[in-house]
Design a protein around this ligand. Sequence first.
Ligand code: PEP
Ligand code: MN
Length: 352
Amino acid sequence: MMIIMRAGASPKEIDTVVERVQSFGLRAHISTGEERTIIGAIGEGKTVYNYMDQFIRMDGVDRVVPISRPYKLASREFRPDVSVFPIDGVQVGANEIVIIAGPCSVESRSQLLETAHAVREAGAHALRGGVYKPRTSPYSFQGLGEAGLELMAEAREQTGMPLVSEVMREEQIPLLTRFIDVLQVGARNMQNYALLHAVGESQHPVLLKRGMMATIEELLMAAEYILSHGNRRVILCERGIRTFENSTRNTTDINAIPVLKELTHLPVILDPSHSTGNWSYVSAIARAAVAAGADGLIVEVHPKPETALSDGRQSLKPERFAEMVQQVKTIAQAVGRDVAPVPAHQTSTQAQ
Ligand code: PEP
Ligand code: MN
């Protein structure tokens, strides 16, 4: 349930309500909006509603309402304002579109640095690069692990871009978070509840990709795991779902963007690379995503896609990526938005 405080309720009144929520063994999640504070009281099942009357007459309380959706903290009911949070100086969820780009996998120093500089030049805000790869075949390249993280750190040092990389197992979190800014939970792990719990306890932003056979509600329930363990910074990512259609790797569920924007306050981005599986469709779907209201994109870029150790077929060459960014900018402006500016960065190379 949501305990909606009056506009101007005092901190003491808020604290007293929070203490009472906790005294019933419920968890209190505080959302401080522009006008008023909402306290989410979350517990198991419907028992939470037995306590509703306990709050109605408390000082500072305006009203108490149930949250009708199965996901609570992720819902717009709980938080009507869009969640906006910074990833190293770039605001995600704001009116401006954020672009994350880079190779599917970190393969070598030259491959990563070349890509990083090229995407930065073209206007990307963050660098992606997998070092732990969830591959269908155990005989395919599995990622460089820690050595790849060292390379990512070098790319960050040279370009100033924050880093996004996939976590596959809980044990990888301490190492990954020493190097990177955003933990990606991949499609195959969207319902790995132990992993969701663990990233929920980390204070790093999480990029949660939709499972290839997950409904929108299941995606939101997965986000709820992360939020309910205390981590508020979750970015949702549509990356295509499996359908009977086999002319593309996946089917981009473009509907998911307006649907998610209606149901949740969390930022929503789209991955046109995995959702099409073919570089020649990537720009078209990136444009469609922005037209449909996405808050950002995550795009695979490789300097020599034909030699890539993973997902070369769907990777854009840097010059195509630069064209895509320009096209996306035009579309963003046509719908009253823009692409976020690239923050100025004094690179260590420039500083010398
Ligand atoms: C990836 O981003 O390289 C990846 C494996 O994506 P997904 O989990 O969406 O398949
Ligand atoms: Mn990939």
